[in-house]
Design a protein around this ligand. Structure first.
Ligand code: PEP
Ligand code: MN
Length: 345
């Protein structure tokens, strides 16, 4: 990892660094953080002479050799001071960052989504979520609808809140990016779909688009989870939020095995904000508040909660796990209290 003295290398400097790296069969990747660029050495970077030659250049501040499976996501990397923003809000700065909204947008009843969005704005959330396209276990279940994209765009327009939607393939990704969604969500089933992760990283490189990366449900180890995020950053987008959402096998009575407890581990190993999804974790509206508060106590920077104005009339996961916007409002203030009193190492 190369860190220049200025915010960015100019074209000639970059050329010089690239030519040194090329002498050692390595190449250079520019990663645009919010405040400055850092440069990753791609290839066998354990070449001491190459390091010394680059570190000796007058415009280089330092060259770090990080022994880590995820050099860019590592807390010791040059991106450690990178802050992720969604819209105008820095995630996890002064209070928990709350994303909320229905699991699935019902294209036949747009008012459920729009009214939920307004009620959630009133409840004080920072961003709206809503499934346009849905990963369903059963191929005969509702798979989502392109029309739902216009509904969530209308909700953004009317509320002024940034929006988060899940994409599962290249076509959906391109539609989402054309619509300038603020957060692209990668679901648990695609958390290790490296081709999709790379494409998202490439198409959002250098942009303000953030990515909410869910943890792989088959108990992806913290390192595997972070390595998935590394794919996004290595392609040029450091605006990554890590989202534990429960793993299999489920704890008897819950939808999954709650995993908000990995938050301190993730925060110890990386600089990326952690935004926990309590809804898929416990999978039952009654248990969502406790899981949310636990996540904040564990040091999470935010939450992604399913909420619907009339859960019983929702589709997808809403009837069983969405909480009412009024509950979200109460939860936001309870989370703010826990946030103020949480213990951070
Ligand atoms: C969702 O957020 O509605 C969803 C399908 O999430 P996950 O990928 O965590 O199951
Ligand atoms: Mn859902």
């Amino acid at each position: 990892m190369i860190i220049p003295k200025a915010n960015k290398l100019d074209a000639l400097q970059l050329q010089e660094v690239e030519s040194i790296a090329a002498d050692f069969d390595c190449s250079i990747l520019e990663i645009q953080g919010r405040n400055r660029c850092v440069y990753a050495i791609l290839g066998d970077e354990g070449r001491e002479v190459m390091f010394k030659r680059i570190a000796g250049l007058p415009y280089i501040s330092k060259v770090d050799m990080i022994e880590s499976p995820y050099k860019l996501m590592d807390r010791r990397s040059g991106l450690s001071d990178h802050r992720v923003r969604v819209g105008k809000t820095e995630v996890g700065k002064d209070k928990p960052f709350i994303i909320a909204g229905p699991c699935t947008i019902d294209p036949a009843n747009p008012n459920f989504y729009l009214e939920s969005a307004h009620a959630l704005k009133e409840a004080g959330v920072d961003a709206l979520r809503g499934g346009v396209w849905k990963p369903r276990t059963n191929p005969y279940s509702f798979q989502g609808d392109n029309h739902s994209l216009s509904i969530i765009l209308q909700a953004r327009e009317e509320t002024g809140l940034p929006i988060d939607i899940e994409v599962m393939d290249s076509t959906q990704l391109k539609l989402a990016l054309e619509a300038k969604v603020d957060v692209v969500q990668v679901g648990t089933r695609n958390a290790q779909n490296y081709c999709l992760l790379k494409e998202i990283g490439q198409l959002t490189a250098g942009s303000d688009t953030a990515v909410l990366l869910k943890r792989g449900r088959h108990m992806a180890s913290p390192n595997e989870f972070i390595a998935s995020a590394e794919y996004l950053v290595a392609e040029g987008n450091p605006n990554v939020m890590l989202c534990p959402r429960g793993t299999t096998p489920p704890l008897d009575g819950y939808r999954n095995h709650p995993d908000e407890s990995i938050t301190p581990l993730l925060k110890n190993r990386t600089w990326a904000p952690v935004v926990v999804d309590p809804s898929h974790s416990v999978g039952h509206a009654d248990f969502v508040p406790a899981c949310s508060l636990a996540a904040i106590a564990y040091g999470a920077d935010g939450l992604c909660i399913e909420s619907h104005i009339q859960p019983a009339k929702g589709i997808g996961d809403d009837p069983k796990q969405a909480i009412l916007p009024q509950k979200v409002k109460d939860l936001v203030s309870a989370c703010n209290e826990v946030w103020k009193n949480r213990y951070l190492p």
